[in-house]
Write a protein that binds this ligand. Structure first.
Ligand code: XMP
Ligand code: MG
Length: 184
């Protein structure tokens, strides 16, 4: 660890090397599953930008990318069922094989809503790929095709994930020290 922000991290959950390895495995699965096709990878901003950038560079198939931003009206660290599209896709997805790229699947509220919106646009297929999964927090069932790591209910930061917009630039995924939330 060598960032000023390291002092706020209780422990490293996934190192750069572990992330690199797992991302390469997911890319290999996608290469195998989409052979002969040209998937469109849709990154859900902002948390998934680092995962997306690493993942596409390990995918050997032709693929395209697009970005979407949603805001979820929730309090604190949980999201509600109310989701607003802040930035929509730039391209049409009708007839395309879409893979939604997320940083973390938690309650499932955001994703179940987003998948509904995308399905209505008549893509050939939609699959979900998330780097992290917190299954114990799920309140809305979501079908998950590619998942990097399943984790307990820790609040994690780094590798794109933030607390209060900070820590996204940490190259590993770590558990935030409770004192960072306390006094807030
Ligand atoms: P839902 O509950 O809709 O929410 O599945 C998913 C979104 O919640 C955020 N989230 C986290 N962000 N560390 C974070 O930095 C976490 O441990 C965490 N858990 C949930 C995240 O924005 C995700 O897209
Ligand atoms: Mg997110």
């Amino acid at each position: 660890m060598e960032h000023i922000l390291d002092k706020d991290v209780e422990r490293v959950l996934f190192s750069e090397e572990q992330l690199r390895q797992r991302v390469a495995e997911i890319a290999a699965e996608i290469d195998r599953d989409y052979a002969g096709k040209e998937p469109l990878l849709v990154s859900v901003l902002r948390g998934s930008f680092v995962f997306m950038a690493d993942l596409v560079r390990q995918i050997h198939l032709p693929c395209t990318v697009d970005f979407m931003a949603v805001s979820s009206y929730g309090s604190g660290t949980s999201s509600s069922g109310q989701v607003k599209i802040v930035k929509d896709l730039s391209e049409q997805i009708e007839g395309k094989d879409v893979i939604v790229i997320e940083d973390i699947l938690d309650s499932g509220n955001t994703l179940s809503y987003l998948l509904q919106i995308l399905q209505a646009r008549k893509p050939a297929s939609v699959r979900l790929c998330t780097l992290l999964d917190k299954p114990s927090r799920r309140t809305k069932p979501v079908q998950l095709h590619y998942a990097g790591f399943s984790i307990p209910d820790y609040f994690v930061v780094g590798y794109g994930l933030d607390y209060d917009e900070r820590y996204r630039n940490l190259p590993y995924i770590g558990v935030l020290k409770p004192c960072v939330y306390e006094g807030k």
